[in-house]
Design a protein around this ligand. Structure first.
Ligand SMILES: [Zn+2]
Ligand SMILES: [Zn+2]
Length: 155
């Protein structure tokens, strides 16, 4: 799901028509709050919802697993747009998750940091925002030394 979200989100930025007519609705917000995680143009809402449902449909999961998945996706969307960088955020315990600052930089700089929850894709595709990497080097939390290492490739 995160890989497909990365590809779709990057396409929404690289396709000029989709960016101007569809994704720009979500980018009206420069200083995000948790509710903005579900503030989209209807076309983008259908695209994101379809991608989120693809895995459960292909796997034929139980309805309760689907409910849990939708809750997890909404918690991730809310946290990614929360606008606060608390060191005690419980989601920081998730491996590879990098907190709301990652997506804050996407809203502030508009280009780069395209992944949903797992930012490793920006590392591999070279789409990290340089200012974000500098921020992460300057703002380390106790126990996060390994997690916040600068990636090998920088734009
Ligand atoms: Zn975007
Ligand atoms: Zn956003």
């Amino acid at each position: 799901d995160d890989f497909l979200f990365y590809l779709m989100h990057r396409w929404l930025h690289e396709n000029k028509w989709m960016l101007r007519k569809v994704h720009s609705v979500h980018h009206r917000i420069h200083n995000t709050c948790a509710l903005d995680g579900n503030y989209f143009h209807v076309i983008e809402f259908i695209l994101i919802g379809s991608l989120a449902m693809l895995g459960p449909i292909l796997l034929g999961c139980h309805l309760y697993v689907l409910y849990a998945w939708i809750i997890i996706r909404n918690i991730e969307a809310a946290d990614g747009h929360a606008g606060y960088d608390f060191p005690w955020n419980p989601l920081r315990f998730l491996p590879l998750y990098d907190g709301p600052v990652y997506h804050d930089f996407h809203h502030a700089r508009f280009k780069g940091n395209y992944a949903g929850a797992l930012h490793y894709l920006d590392k591999y595709f070279g789409t990290y925002i340089k200012e974000y990497l500098r921020y992460k080097q300057e703002h380390k939390y106790p126990g996060s030394e390994v997690k916040n290492e600068a990636p090998d490739r920088i734009n």
